[in-house]
Ligand binder design. Sequence first.
Ligand SMILES: NC(=O)C1=CN([C@@H]2O[C@H](COP(=O)(O)OP(=O)(O)OC[C@H]3O[C@@H](n4cnc5c(N)ncnc54)[C@H](O)[C@@H]3O)[C@@H](O)[C@H]2O)C=CC1
Ligand SMILES: CC(=O)C(=O)O
Ligand SMILES: [Mg+2]
Length: 371
Amino acid sequence: MRVGVPREIKVQEYRVGLTPGAVREYVAAGHQVTVETGAGSGIGASDEVYQRAGASVAASARDIFAKSDMIVKVKEPQASEWAQLREGQILFTYLHLAPDSEQAKGLLASGCTAIAYETVTDAAGHLPLLAPMSEVAGRLAIEAAGAALKRSAGGRGLLLGGVPGVQPARVVVLGGGVVGMQAARMAAGLGAEVTVIDRSIPRLRELDDIFVGRVRTRFSTIESVEEEVFAADVVIGAVLVPGASAPKLVTRAMLKSMRPGAVLVDVAIDQGGCFETSHPTTHTDPTYEVDGVVHYCVANMPGAVPVTSSQALNNATLPFGLMLAGKGFAAVLENPHLRNGLNVHRGRITNKAVAESLGLEFAPVESGLAA
Ligand SMILES: NC(=O)C1=CN([C@@H]2O[C@H](COP(=O)(O)OP(=O)(O)OC[C@H]3O[C@@H](n4cnc5c(N)ncnc54)[C@H](O)[C@@H]3O)[C@@H](O)[C@H]2O)C=CC1
Ligand SMILES: CC(=O)C(=O)O
Ligand SMILES: [Mg+2]
């Protein structure tokens, strides 16, 4: 198969869809890989490095989109990209379609077959292509919170871990999945007082076993969220209902009862955010304030550490990408985990949660509607 890797064009996105190491694997499996010139510059991989790995280099994204059977990217396609996709072409990338009806329209109109990393599953029901970036974002969330807590940044002027004799910051993590666990781990490691809230009791049990008392756990209710958020210095938003828009756990009205200068880090912003007052921000201007509460809502946090993130992402996407390159759309029909990843096919939405969030008709690929 002809596999194409355009340069990422989202603001301050430095990751790349295929690392040179992954290119070698595709080439070894008999595929032709073309990368756009400069696609690897964010991770320090020059065109020559890609050529040595067996790729061809194209001068423009236009060449890549025109000549590839499958496009491998990192972030959701931007308007200029979805306009270049076509029927029969496979797009393999993050999409986060639920809160993004404009992109959904663009993908539907293109007729392409779009597989979203964030809804591909594994045998345990987890999200293996989201997990590595959630690990990165969870760890970064505490770095972001520490920076935003500084007085000069509009925060309360607290050190996360305090110092001997002075109390540490109170960090509340909403959602104890992959992001939440990594955030809790970093915050606890720095000496903060940490509480994780989740609606899954089995998950709270696991966290309790892992952190052996170092992190408090609470079941998610309106009351527990209010109590913890009102007393928090930092709230990390890390809830996910796969494919769907994030539930709004912190309302605008609640901000008035929060500590002035408290920090909200909404990692779930790519699914619309779990704070009512969240809107996406960028690495160049990551924070804003509402009612005295600092908001950090960068939708591509791992893009800030592209060397770590591209490697981690490629480790996870490689086996699925090779399946797609080897069998094309048949791989989606054969493999239930890739099928869960299928969001759009020939002008139809093929993922139920995504369709419901967008208010569009769900066309399961098995029904023949989207075949
Ligand atoms: N902003 C960014 O750059 C990045 C954002 N993300 C996003 O972070 C979010 C979290 O991802 P993961 O941790 O991988 O998901 P996950 O599926 O591992 O964890 C989500 C957790 O939220 C819990 N949850 C769901 N509804 C809840 C509720 N009402 N109250 C409390 N807990 C609830 C679930 O039980 C689960 O434990 C996703 O939206 C993901 O796309 C991930 C990576 C990068
Ligand atoms: C998961 C995601 O949206 C990201 O890594 O940017
Ligand atoms: Mg994102």
